[in-house]
Design a protein around this ligand. Structure first.
Ligand SMILES: *[C@@H]1O[C@H](CO)[C@@H](O)[C@H](O)[C@H]1NC(C)=O
Ligand SMILES: *[C@@H]1O[C@H](CO)[C@@H](O)[C@H](O)[C@H]1NC(C)=O
Ligand SMILES: *[C@@H]1O[C@H](CO)[C@@H](O)[C@H](O)[C@H]1NC(C)=O
Length: 632
């Protein structure tokens, strides 16, 4: 064991040396392969402390680091005090320094009391041979804005001065752009201002001084899309001599079109909503992963390396619940078949692998799954990863009513509308157009139902006055409005999604109490698009049944290994077992070579399969998978 660890440490440090070298060519190595690591969120929500983190880090160093799990990440709210009334939606419990920058909660992270922040922890992590990461919320904290803290100019070590005056937090915080799902916590920063950029620079300079290697920046992507701020942070990270991996989230409503303008500025980006341990959450990843593979986004150029569509953490083993004020207390709800299927997709799609369970309770079966040599090889060392569309499948049993079926997503369920749902997408989506004013105060969208057309309407309401009493006067803002539900007390249509809601609850409408917030402000374009002022995403309308029919209940993925070996995974998404068939002829077309004489081994069972008889055909259990390795 000691010998193995030694070799692994040596390998890791070689990779790292390449990444941290000064010249540009070698820096390309920073994220040459999808990052792997451990993240505290699935097991600790926000309440992790130093002792629990270091316990996990030690186990990670011994057991996971030899398998390439390199980054140990403390997830959100590490600056928040644990006290009565505190929690993810609370205000006033955050520790910060004189410059308005979050500081590790001294109760939970006592080693930071001396003023070194996370440096003592980062030093320990580095001494164990791996990398240290933290989660951040986009922008500036509401507490800093209310306290109107001065902004540190890192070039002078003094307060930031421009045009003869000192700038402060209130000058840069955008109060109408608070994070939609943590409105009391954080708000966007005006990056057009030198002072706004100076603030961000002061944050990241400090994190790098602490020894941070990885930043997970939240409330900046997906339904919280803020491209200007993503680019601003990326530019600031590029100025720093120490390479930092930039990971952005959340991933709700993310499509290749939304990711198009930012992938080169980051190293990994979430492409789905929060993934928890329920099949409903796992299933939609198949469609998203397919679209990113087809758009050639897997391993596209990124910040100081490549960028990787991120399917989110692996919620296996010993966990907590979304947004809870509680640490790990329960085992994963996924069956072992479902966990295996999740690992197969994450590996075939080359997603970053971030284990989420408490490592102090890592059982052998889970350990063997997340370190499976074939899966890890596929995850790092394959190319041409894509969904393989030419499969045939049919049900081999009755559906199992116990297993989850519905898909997740965050649509407004438009009841009595023929199963149509309102969601969010990029404005170039076909389903985003077709909105029109049907009267002075109504915005409607017609859609076909079985016999004829019907309309879904929302009522157009004037914007409420802003919370700080500012009224909108510019012509641009006159064109903007709230959208309220008709004949309901539903409130206003909301363009963001709380990650605390479980994905089944998220099927309920996105209406929330009307308030002055960019997430509830909409504009109707001449092209019939309803654009959210918060994220720039458009309201879409499509059938809730889309993508859920028989023909999509079985999937296959293919990838080519670095020795020319071919991997084929077949997966059954159905709630009943299915017989799935892949013909060798179709496979040959995709991989571009004859396969009849090759050897084919199913990885889980180690059984040999003959490719002479024309195909691979097998009954796969509900939510199960099979993985084939073909050597020629
Ligand atoms: C990407 O940038 C182009 C050019 O600036 C712009 O037209 C397009 O709307 C952007 N896409 C998104 C999703 O923001
Ligand atoms: C439904 O509306 C579309 C678009 O407005 C129109 O082309 C179509 O003919 C309508 N169908 C029926 C049955 O009214
Ligand atoms: C099933 O889904 C596929 C792919 O999305 C689609 O082409 C097909 O028309 C759908 N079939 C039915 C019966 O809805």
């Amino acid at each position: 064991m000691a010998g193995m660890l030694c070799v692994a440490l040596l390998l890791t440090s070689l990779i790292w040396t390449a990444g941290s070298a000064g010249d540009g060519r070698r820096q390309q190595q920073l994220t040459a392969v999808p990052p792997r690591g451990w993240n505290s969120y699935d097991s600790f929500s926000w309440i992790i402390d130093e002792a629990a983190f270091l316990d996990n880090a030690r186990i990670m160093a011994n057991r996971l680091l030899p398998h390439g799990y390199q980054y140990a990440v403390i997830d959100f709210l590490w600056y928040r005090r644990i006290a009565a009334g505190s929690g993810v939606g609370a205000y006033g419990f955050d520790s910060m320094d004189q410059w308005g920058r979050p500081y590790p909660d001294p109760q939970r992270f006592p080693s930071g009391r001396g003023g070194g922040g996370f440096r003592p922890i980062a030093d320990k992590v580095h001494a164990m041979g791996f990398k240290f990461g933290i989660h951040l919320m986009n922008g500036i904290s509401t507490q800093a804005v209310n306290a109107n803290t001065p902004i540190l100019d890192v070039r002078t070590g003094k307060a930031y001065v421009e045009n003869g005056r000192q700038w402060r937090a209130r000058d840069i915080g955008l109060t109408h752009r608070t994070c939609a799902w943590m409105p009391k916590g954080f708000m966007s920063v005006n990056t057009d201002l030198g002072a706004g950029r100076a603030f961000l620079r002061s944050l990241y300079r400090q994190y790098v001084d602490w020894g941070v290697d990885f930043i997970k920046l939240d409330c900046i992507f997906g339904t919280d899309y803020s491209p200007k701020e993503i680019v601003a942070v990326s530019e600031i990270l590029k100025e720093l001599e120490r390479p930092v991996v930039l990971s952005i989230s959340p991933g709700t409503a993310v499509t290749p079109a939304l990711a198009e303008n930012i992938t080169q500025h980051v190293d990994m980006y979430r492409v789905t909503g929060d993934d928890w341990d329920s099949w409903k959450d796992v299933r939609p990843h198949f469609d998203v992963a397919r679209s990113f593979a087809a758009a050639n986004k897997i391993g596209a150029p990124g910040l100081r390396g490549r960028s990787w569509p991120d399917l989110d953490m692996l919620p296996f083993g010993w966990l907590t619940d979304a947004g809870a004020n509680q640490g790990p207390h329960r085992t994963t709800s996924l069956t072992f078949d479902e966990q295996t299927t999740q690992m197969v997709l994450w590996s075939m799609a080359k997603s970053p692998l971030m284990y989420g369970g408490d490592l102090r309770h890592l059982d052998d079966r889970t350990f063997n799954l997340i370190t499976h040599p074939t899966l890890l090889k596929i995850n790092h060392h394959t190319r041409n990863n894509m969904e393989f569309g030419y499969i045939h499948s049919e049900r081999a049993s009755k559906p199992d009513e116990q297993s989850g079926r519905s898909k997740s997503g965050y649509p407004v369920d438009v009841t009595n509308n023929g199963g149509m749902v309102v969601g969010l997408g990029t404005c170039s989506d076909k389903s985003a157009s077709g909105w029109h004013s049907s009267s002075e105060d109504r915005i409607c969208r017609s859609h076909g139902i079985q016999n004829g057309n019907t309309s879904f309407c929302i009522s157009k309401a004037k914007l409420l006055p802003t919370s700080d009493g500012v009224t909108l006067s510019s012509e641009e803002d006159q064109a903007k409005f709230h959208l309220a539900g008709i004949d309901t007390d539903d409130g206003c249509l909301d363009a963001s999604v709380s990650p605390w809601r479980t994905s089944s609850a998220s099927q309920t409408p996105m209406f929330s109490a009307c308030e002055w917030h960019a997430k509830q402000v909409w504009e109707l374009t001449e092209n019939g698009q309803l654009v959210s002022s918060y994220s720039g995403l458009c309201a879409t309308m499509r059938s809730s049944k889309e993508g859920e029919n028989e023909t999509t209940a079985a999937r296959a993925w293919t990838a080519i290994g670095d020795k020319g070996e071919i991997y084929v995974a077949i997966v059954n998404l159905d709630s009943a077992s299915r017989k799935i068939t892949v013909s060798v002829r179709d496979l040959e077309k995709v991989v571009g070579r004859k396969l009849a004489r090759c050897t084919c081994t199913e990885v889980w069972s180690r059984n040999r399969w003959s490719l002479m008889k024309g195909g691979i055909s097998a009954v796969v259990a509900s939510h199960g998978s099979m993985l084939f390795e073909i050597q020629c």
